[in-house]
Structure formats: C-alpha cells, structure tokens
Design a protein around this ligand. Structure first.
Ligand code: ADP
Ligand code: ZN
Ligand code: ZN
Length: 777
C-alpha cells in the first residue's frame, strides 16, 4: 500500500478556460460545452477526464450515466459527473465516448451529490465511492445475456381450455405446460421442449394468456425463500395507541415533503417493525419510493420475509438486496429500481445506494448496529449516509431501535431528530425479568472455572421438562485480551482514558491503545492481591460441552462462525428451532437479530463481561445494547420470559440499567461520562493507522507527522498517539495509530488530506484514515 492511500480525495474539477486565440465564438463555446462531459473513470484511476459526447449518444448521456470510453490504449467504464463541462485542453484533442452501459443513469442526482459528500467526508477516492455505490454486476452489466421468460397470465376455465385445444392445439399445449411450472420458464427451453415456434408464444401473449419478460436469470431475488417456512401473509394487526401516534407523526413529516429524521425508541417487541411497514406502505401508496435498511439480510430472515409478504401482497415488487445474489439478480434488481418498476428495496448497508426514483422514506432498523459501518474503503456508516441522503432528497429518515446509539440520542436531545417512543410490548406482553448471577460466588462455590451457573442450569432443566425452548448467548466481542481478576472481578483500566488496558502477551505488559500509557502486567490482582488474575476467553464449544454434561437428553444446536458461513445450514437450524426440533440453541448475539420465537421462554447470557472490558469507550454502550437485545428474544409468545445474565461485575451500570430496562437512566449517565472525556457524540473521532514492515521507521514518521498536524491545525484537533495499534502486527506489518478528536470533522479531514499530500512519506509506510470509527479494537 502506498503512502497515497487517502491522498487524492475528491478530484477537483479545475475549470480551465477555452484558449482565447481559439476561433470559438461565444455561441460555439456554449455548443462545445454542451457536448463535453467530465467523467470519473472506475477501477482505481483517480482523475477526472473530459470526453466528447458523439452525435449518436446526445440526449441519452446525463450526469450519473455509466459510459464507455477510451483510456490510454484500453477501453474503460466511467461515470459522468457533469455534463456541460469546461474542458482544460483544446477541444480537438478530446476523445469521444464510445457507448452507454445502460439506459438509466446509474446514479440519481441525489446519489451524485451523496458521492461527492462521501468522498470528502470519509477521505476516500471518488472512484472507490462510486464503486461502492454501483454494484460490479451493474458496472459491467452489458456482459450478461438476457433471456426471455414465459409465464401464464391467467387461469383458463375447463371450457376455455377445451375451446383453445380445438382451435389452436399448439397454443393449448404450451399454455398447459406453463401452467404446470412453479416458476416462469425460459423461452428458448420451452420452445425446444415442445417443438413449438415463437409464433405460438406471440399468439398467446397477444390474447393475454401468457406473459413474456426479459430477465438475466431464472431465479429472481425476491422469489427466493428467505421466509424460513414462516407464514408471512397474515393480515396486518390493528395498531395500538402508541404505534398509531408514531405513524401519525411520521406521516405528517412525509406529507410536508421536507427533510426530517425521526428516532423511534421502542422496547423489544413493541411493534416497531409494524410502524416501519405502515410508513413504507403510505409512501408506496402515494407513488413514492422507500429504502429499508437492516443490519444484515442473511441474519434477519423473518423481518425480510415479513416485509416482502406485506409489500408484495399489496402489489409492490420488492427488491431484496443481499450478498448471496447472483450477478444477474443484482442487475435485474438494480434495473427494476432505476426504471421505477420496483419502488421499495430491503437490504443491508449498501442498499442505501439504490437508484430509486422519488425517494421519500429511508428506514434504518436497529440503527445502533455497528454492522452499518463498512470496515474497508470507503469506510462509511450506513446510518449516517442514510440521514445525509434523506437530506439531499428532502426525504424522511426513520431510525429505530430498542437501544438507540448515543449519537442518535444526542441528536434527538439537540432537537435535530424527533424522538418517538413505544414504551410497552404489544398485547400487554411483559418484558422479561432479568436475573443477574454473580459469577465470583459461583467460582468460589465450585472452586474452579464455571461455565454454567447453578441458577441457569436449574432454569434450563425446568424449560426442558416443560418442552419450552432456551437460547444461550455467548458474547462474541472481547475475545481479545483484557485482564480480569477471577476473585473480585477487577479489570485494569488506563488512568487517563477510562478504558480497559490491553494485555500484551509477548512482553507481559498492559498498554492503553488510546494514549500509549503502559505498565508491566501484574501477577496478582492490583485490587485484592489474588493470584487468580488472567485473561479471558470462552467459546461456543465449551458451552456446548457444559450443556451436554448437565442435560444429556436435550437436543442442542450450535451456531458460530462456521455455521454462519453456510447460509443453508443457518436457515435450516433456524427452521428446526422454530419447528421445535431443537431444545437449546447456542450462539453469538448475532443469531438474535430480529428473531421472534414464541416458544423461547429462557435466554441465558453466558458472559456479560466480555463486551464490557474491551478497550473501547463504547464498551458500556455495547454491553447495555447486548443485554437488552438478547433479553428481548425471550417471552415473545403468551408466556413470560426469563433471562439469566452471568457476570463477574454485577454492580456495573450497563448491567444494572439493563436489568431495570431503563434506557434513559443508562444513556444519561453514559452521556455525562462521554461529555467529561470529550468522546463521541460530543466530539468526532478520526482514526489514523500507519503500517509497514519497519516499526522504528513508522514511529519516526508518525511522530513527525503528528508534530506537523499540531503545528498546522492547532486547537481544531486534539491528538492522542502515536501509539502501537491494539493488534501490533498483522501479516508481518507493524501498526501504529493516531487519534484525532475534533468538533469540526469536515474541516479537519480536508486539512489532513491537504497536509498528507505535501508530507514526504516513505514508500513502505502505508496509512488508513477512518472517520467516525465504530470499533476501537
Ligand atoms: P419490534 O420490532 O419492536 O421488536 P415487532 O414489530 O416485531 O416488534 O412486533 C412484535 C410482534 O407483535 C410481531 O409478531 C408483530 O406482528 C406483532 N404486532 C405488532 N404490532 C401489533 C399490534 N398492534 N397488535 C398485535 N400484534 C402486533
Ligand atoms: Zn481481585
Ligand atoms: Zn490511556
């Protein structure tokens, strides 16, 4: 990676002047301008270029069009940023475009503006932003061949069919064949199989008995089975008063037709999804388009099935955008949205770039989820981009969660977002009761390592006898290395940063990766002098073994990283669990997303501490969110749910507030802490990573760089570091990092980019800038 990793940000269009000595009169110049476009080439080439629009493409090329053009000795694809451009070279030298990739512009006007904002805000190359926005399948879409598909358009009565058989036996045969298919049939195959001619099809189409549609693949995305065997066409429930009030409030914003953000804070099971559905339905009914974001499509099969069931039964084609789509499916979905044939898309983060027409509403479900942040260039946050796109499109953004991010809470407090609440579960169902188990006592009792507390085991037994189901969650975060005393629960924290220190095994030290403060790792607990101090780790396998020991007859299933990779396995397990073929499901918190299993009456969280003592100022927030979300999986049916939380630090705020389901109590205390330390949401955070083969060299240049930034930016930014990154070495590359705290992100990012281009970086020091990082470990 070269030093220019974040160098050329938004390639600025330098408006050059047409040469004065040119014979061009004013009129001629205007004419030239109209046929010259500025194009952003894709595939890593980061410079804006000018091209002429040939006669044959005039009128068809607009800003946002994907075009083909010569670039050096090869052919390339690019995105038209501006029509009407002023070239900075002689017009005669400008080459013509050679073609248009697709009829509809790949980016709408609001998306073009969004791309420019993202490039500058996230210090990313314009080409990488455009590539993130436009799927690969669309970028080189013309490669894929289209196929025609046939399906019956209506059901013929027995008499009609008999009449057709008499009059036109070949048509009748083809009709009957199609009638028996579950899916539309590929035209070429159908004709071959029945030895029919295209004229037979034309006749059927003409009489309205058969439809013919051009597609890129056999299977359309929205027809695949994300439903997991669930009935999704149930009639919509009647809204309760709280829900109706939120729908009304969002409806008013939609009617006003201006930018607005609503933050829906509703307890788990309070019917938030129903509110989103109503909002989307009203937009569709009014002829507008909507984007519905979920943290991860593959992990929210139920939600996706519910949405699709509702929208499609109302006659709205729904595009589901997820990572398992084939190229053809992607292309078809994209084309349907760009052409307006589909006006609603459900998908993860990248669905925010869907080229929908007349965007009126963006829903961001589980808006607090870190999964919305992309961890490769461009490192954008899907929720923040959603808010910005809504602003550009004068649309309404509806953010929702049982545990909103503190960023969003602060925005609501500042009056930027409108706060809506759902305080009760639907149908007066109770929130589950949370019992906290002090694992220090458990360890003392059993004189050794304990995976399952006595209380949890008792509850599991009772559930098993009653044939009710249990989910055991393992905290996935924090497998890294904080140090915790087994006796008193003490965790060493940095005196300057209020985050847990990281244990470095290689040299037996504890380091703060925010400020670099370090000390030798203690051999006994600094708080109680117990020698039982160690770093922690607990896996799904160990929990499975423990459960088998205490409940040998129970049917168990484990879902971890391996299971998640096979999508069918994942869905199969969820299906079996729903069908009652599994008694106890063990997995990380990711399996809990949006799942709604009425027979689950017990949820156990094996190690609540894991997310709390990671060296991240969001550790408490994450722990609170985890507890509330995980608890929310219990008691969704008629029976009340119980939750058992195992922890070595039962007194921690995150745990105590979660027990009381007190979001306001938790957030106000946590926000005060953030304010005192100047952490987000009160200032923005920018992470700057330096990496390379030579640690001394990186350190030397990082030090020099920091001095230069200090001298240039002064009080606009507070700098911490450079210090070794928490993972000091990755693939033989050493890593150092610098943190910038600032209230003026846009200005600081721009300045950093400018400075970076004048700084003499050696070739073997690479860097990455991450604006508003979501994970500090
Ligand atoms: P949340 O998204 O807040 O967790 P959901 O929208 O998933 O809650 O609602 C939980 C369950 O309650 C779902 O099965 C949903 O169909 C049902 N539900 C939602 N609103 C109502 C209502 N007003 N009356 C009855 N059931 C409802
Ligand atoms: Zn101790
Ligand atoms: Zn520190």
């Amino acid at each position: 990676m070269s030093a220019a990793a974040f160098s050329s940000v938004n390639p600025e269009h330098r408006p050059g002047r047409a040469p004065d000595d040119c014979i061009a009169s004013r009129g001629r110049r205007a004419l030239i301008r109209r046929v010259i476009v500025s194009v952003q080439p894709l595939a890593g080439f980061d410079k804006l270029l000018h091209y002429r629009v040939p006669e044959s493409l005039r009128g068809a090329v607009t800003a946002g069009s994907l075009v083909r053009m010569p670039l050096g000795h090869r052919h390339a694809i690019g995105l038209v940023l501006e029509t009407d451009a002023l070239p900075d070279v002689a017009v005669e030298k400008i080459k013509p475009l050679t073609g248009l990739v697709q009829d509809h512009p790949a980016l709408t006007a609001d998306l073009l503006a969004l791309a420019k904002w993202m490039a500058s805000y996230y210090a990313a190359r314009m080409s990488s932003v455009v590539e993130a926005m436009i799927p690969g399948a669309v970028r080189d879409g013309a490669r894929l061949k289209q196929e025609k598909y046939l399906a019956t358009a209506r059901v013929l009565s027995a008499e009609e069919l008999a009449a057709l058989t008499r009059k036109a036996p070949k048509q009748a045969k083809l009709y009957e064949f199609l009638r028996q298919q579950f899916r539309p049939g590929k035209k070429s195959l159908v004709l071959q199989r029945l030895d029919a001619t295209a004229a037979v099809v034309s006749a059927l189409v003409k009489h309205g008995l058969v439809t013919e549609e051009a597609r890129h693949v056999e299977r359309v995305a929205y027809a695949d089975g994300w439903s997991g065997g669930e009935v999704v066409t149930a009639a919509p429930p009647e809204l309760n008063e709280e829900q109706a009030a939120v729908v009304r409030s969002v409806g008013e914003s939609l009617e006003r037709g201006k930018f607005a953000v609503h933050l829906l804070n509703g307890v788990t099971g309070s019917g938030k999804t129903e509110v989103y559905l109503r909002a989307v339905e009203s937009v569709l009914a009014a002829g507008g388009s909507a984007i519905y974001l979920v943290p991860e499509v593959a992990l929210t099969p139920q939600t996706v099935a519910r949405l699709r069931g509702r929208f499609e039964s109302a006659g709205h084609r729904t595009v589901v955008w997820h990572s398992h789509l084939s190229e053809g499916e992607r292309l078809d979905g994209w084309a349907a949205l760009a052409s307006g044939a589909a006006r609603v898309v459900v998908g993860a983060r990248s669905a925010i770039f869907a080229p929908v027409q007349d965007l009126r509403l963006i829903v961001v479900d589980e808006e607090h989820e870190p999964a919305y942040k992309q961890d490769e260039t461009p490192r954008y946050h899907g929720r923040d981009v959603a808010v910005y796109r809504a602003k550009l499109a004068s649309a309404v953004c509806l953010l929702g969660s049982a545990t909103p991010s503190l960023e969003s809470v602060a925005n609501a407090q500042a009056g930027k977002y409108r706060l809506e609440r759902l305080t009760k579960r639907v149908d007066d169902r109770k929130l589950p009761t949370i019992q906290i188990v002090d694992m220090r006592i458990e360890v003392m009792r059993s004189r050794g390592l304990v995976t399952l507390s006595r209380l949890l085991v008792d509850h599991m037994h009772a559930r098993f006898e009653r044939r009710e189901q249990t989910i055991l969650f393992i905290n996935r975060r924090g497998y890294s290395s904080s140090m915790q005393c087994r006796k008193c629960g003490h965790v060493e924290e940095c005196p300057h940063c209020s985050v847990a220190m990281t244990y470095h095994r290689s040299d037996e030290t504890l380091k703060c990766h925010l400020c670099g403060h370090e000390r030798g790792a203690p051999v006994v607990c600094p708080a109680c002098a117990s020698p039982e101090i160690r770093w922690r780790g607990l896996g799904t396998q160990r929990v499975e073994e423990a459960v088998r020991r205490v409940l040998p007859r129970a049917r168990l299933e484990r879902m971890d990283a391996d299971t998640m990779q096979k999508k069918h396995r994942f869905r199969q397990i969820l299906g079996d669990f729903r069908a009652g073929k599994i008694d106890i499901l063990i997995g990380t918190q990711m399996i809990g997303k949006g799942l709604d299993f009425p027979n689950v009456t017990l949820v156990g969280l094996i190690d609540a501490d894991m997310s709390m003592h990671v060296p991240d100022f969001r550790a408490n927030e994450r722990t609170f969110q985890l507890l509330v979300q995980v608890a929310g999986r219990a008691g969704r049916g008629d029976r009340a749910g119980e939750v058992v939380v195992q922890t070595f630090t039962p007194q921690a705020d995150a745990i105590q507030f979660a027990k009381k389901a007190d979001f306001d109590g938790f957030s106000s205390g946590e926000l005060t802490m953030r304010k005192n330390f100047g952490y987000p949401p009160y200032r923005h955070l920018i992470h700057h990573l330096f990496r390379g083969p030579n640690p001394e060299k990186i350190k030397f240049f990082a030090d020099a760089w920091v001095k230069k930034v200090e001298a240039t930016l002064g009080s606009a930014v507070e700098i911490r570091g450079p210090s070794p990154a928490p993972i000091e070495k990755v693939k033989d590359e050493y890593r150092f990092q610098v943190w910038y705290f600032t209230a003026r992100t846009a200005q600081v990012v721009a300045e950093l980019v400018k400075l970076e281009s004048t700084f003499q970086w050696p070739d073997d020091v690479g860097q990455v800038l991450d604006v508003d990082p979501m994970s500090l470990v």
